[in-house]
Design a protein around this ligand. Structure first.
Ligand SMILES: Cc1ncc(COP(=O)(O)O)c(C=O)c1O
Length: 446
């Protein structure tokens, strides 16, 4: 167990579950996994319920939750907005911050240590996506990655971009800026409620459509999109597929080469449970030439020969700029290693599916008795969206529940009265029941 020293001299046991220390997490090279500590056996009923293979379901939930101190006092069902930060990430960032404060920032080895931390993180991101590291750029956010891909793929202003009605502002905002500045036309597929028809979507493409941008998981409904089908259809028509993976990476198995998309942006802070301000962008190596550099920095180039003489990097890291807070990459790496080595990627995803199915079951009972509507009940994601009767306002409910330390979110939108709960591997069955119980009591009281 790791004990942290507070500035007032108190020691606080905040801590890292037994076997893994910070050094063991960050000091190990890529590919050297530790055995998944298997302790608690979840109850037999849980094993029988839903998609929850016993072989990978036996991880130590208590130890996992110890690394997430926020869970001590809250029912956290909002990982779709930002996952809780594990103590490992805090420790890694604190170590860097302390080094900067105590030793200084511009030391002879500072730059090389920083660059090495980016390469370590790149390898970890690549492993999560089953991608070659050179196909990954380290970005600030999903929005940042989408901007790189969207601005970068356009040439003349006569091109069109196809998108859907369920996109996040992470892509809608750049699309608006692109259409204002370059005059590119944006075609929006109006998706039926919690449904997606690939043929109907692709039928909107024209000979001028340069790219499409689509979410892997719809953040408003939790619906998962058949991405391979979309990217295959797009490639047949010579259209680039750009994906917002914010609600998918860490939730479903993202085998990026098999999915076949050209660009895929994802965040660190949601289902990968890293700090805010760091994320990734995958670009298919064979498609790199289709994404121009629209802005650049020292890290975009292999060599600066003076003046405007630069040798551009050959791989996706050309989209990186330069300086950033040096604690971010080690913090993100610590979260990824904790997830990969202590929690177990497959086990986490299986547990998340089990919890989602369980929550949906409970909510379908309420649907019959209390007039709510569970959206996309069979979706493969970690998001459960629920339409409320008009007399119970979604924003008000999310505030009321937050006052009781239950964290969900209201989904904004015209004529929408919807809340969204995220089921993450670290949630307990009791937490889901608590949420359903509170929702039931609010529905009964209106
Ligand atoms: C689908 C989707 N895309 C993008 C974002 C924004 O992500 P980021 O803050 O990493 O840009 C979110 C959530 O905030 C989201 O749900």
């Amino acid at each position: 167990m790791r004990v942290n020293q507070h500035s007032d001299g108190r020691e606080r046991e905040f801590d890292t579950p037994g076997a893994l220390s910070m050094t063991s997490l960050l000091g190990r090279g890529a590919g050297q996994a530790v055995a998944n500590p298997s302790c608690a056996v979840l109850d037999d009923a849980a094993d029988r319920r839903g998609d929850y293979p016993a072989s990978i379901a036996r991880f130590d939930l208590d130890a996992i939750r110890t690394a997430l101190p926020v869970l001590e006092h809250s029912t956290y069902l909002n990982t779709g907005a930002a996952g809780p930060l594990p103590t490992y990430a805090r420790d890694a960032m604190r170590e860097q911050l302390d080094a900067e404060i105590l030793r200084g920032r511009v030391l002879p080895d500072a730059r090389s240590v920083f660059l090495a931390s980016l390469e370590t993180l790149r390898a970890e991101f690549a492993r999560r996506l089953k991608a070659p590291p050179h196909s990954i750029a380290i970005t600030d956010t999903t929005t940042h990655g989408l901007n790189i891909a969207l601005w970068g793929c356009l040439g003349s202003g006569a091109e069109e971009i196809l998108t859907t009605s369920f996109e996040h502002t992470a892509s809608l905002a750049p699309l608006k800026a692109i259409s204002d500045l370059l005059g590119a036309k944006v075609i929006v597929y109006q998706a039926p409620p919690s449904d997606f028809d690939c043929d109907a979507f692709m039928s909107l493409a024209t000979s001028r459509t340069k790219a499409l941008v689509i979410s892997h998981v719809d953040w408003t409904s939790g619906l998962d999109i058949p991405l391979k089908q979309v990217s295959t259809a797009a490639r047949e028509r010579g259209i680039l597929t750009i994906v917002d993976g914010a609600q998918a990476v860490g939730v479903i198995d993202v085998d990026i080469e098999d999915l076949g998309c050209d660009a895929y942006a994802f965040p660190g802070q949601k289902w990968l449970m890293g700090p805010e301000g760091i994320g990734g962008l995958y670009i298919r190596p064979a498609s790199l030439e289709h994404f121009h550099l629209t802005y650049a920095g020292p890290l975009s180039f292999e060599r600066h020969g003076g003046g405007l003489q630069f040798d551009l990097k050959a791989d996706c890291s050309r989209f990186e700029l330069g300086t950033r807070f040096r604690g971010l990459a080690p913090g993100m790496t610590a979260s990824l290693r904790w997830l990969g080595e202590h929690v177990g990627v497959e086990a986490a995803q299986a547990r998340l599916r089990h919890l989602r199915a369980r929550l949906v079951d409970r909510l379908l009972d309420l649907e019959r008795s209390r007039g709510i509507c569970v959206i996309a009940p069979n979706a493969r994601s970690g998001l459960v969206a629920i339409d409320l009767p008009p007399r119970l306002s979604a924003p008000d409910l999310s505030v009321t529940l937050a006052q009781r330390s239950i964290f969900i979110r209201a989904i904004p939108g015209p004529n929408l009265n919807r809340i969204r709960a995220s089921t993450a591997f670290f949630n307990s069955e009791a937490e889901l029941d608590r949420f359903v119980g509170e929702l039931d009591s609010e529905l009964r009281s209106i």
